[in-house]
Design a protein around this ligand. Sequence first.
Ligand code: GAR
Length: 194
Amino acid sequence: MAKARVAVLISGAGSNMAALIDAGLAPGAPYEVVLVLSNRPDAGGLAIAEAKGVTARAIDHRDFSDRESHERALHAALGKADVQLIALAGYMRLLTPWLVDRWEGRMLNIHPSLLPLYPGLDTHARAITAGDAEAGCTVHRVTRGVDEGPILGQARCPILPDDTPESLAERVKVLEHDLYPRCLADAARDLSRP
Ligand code: GAR
């Protein structure tokens, strides 16, 4: 069966993107990453993607007068590459309904909290301040509401007494790199179901 064609959208370091690319290269994987797009030209993940042989391109949001025209440029690039599924991986720009509706059911996101807890930013600091015993990450389908779509998978870990937001982020990222490829593979298999 042909592999589902995936684009990963990033804004930064791209460690989740790298995990998704690597898992897609494994024999028998149901998807392959064919394109990486960043809204920031300085995103470290762009060079990593290229080093792994994946076409990577920055489409700088500052070159556009509004969100929708930027999204039209993203959408054109996705269409040109014949993309079937989008994985947001540290893509730090809010999407408008214009793009979300066009990719309904075919766009995933990873969020560094146990949703519905802590949508938005600073998730690890908020979990530590709240005195939570555990933290984690969530992969969900993207809908119009920020960090609100149907949950596809979660992974959790303890919050330790001396944790800082940084040490917790590091522990959660290990979980992210395992969870996201598994959820994306499930979504790719779903695509090919009649
Ligand atoms: C990840 O922890 C991801 O969960 C988070 O950004 C980080 C990106 O790291 N995403 C969000 O906060 C989305 N709101 P990476 O660039 O190394 O994959």
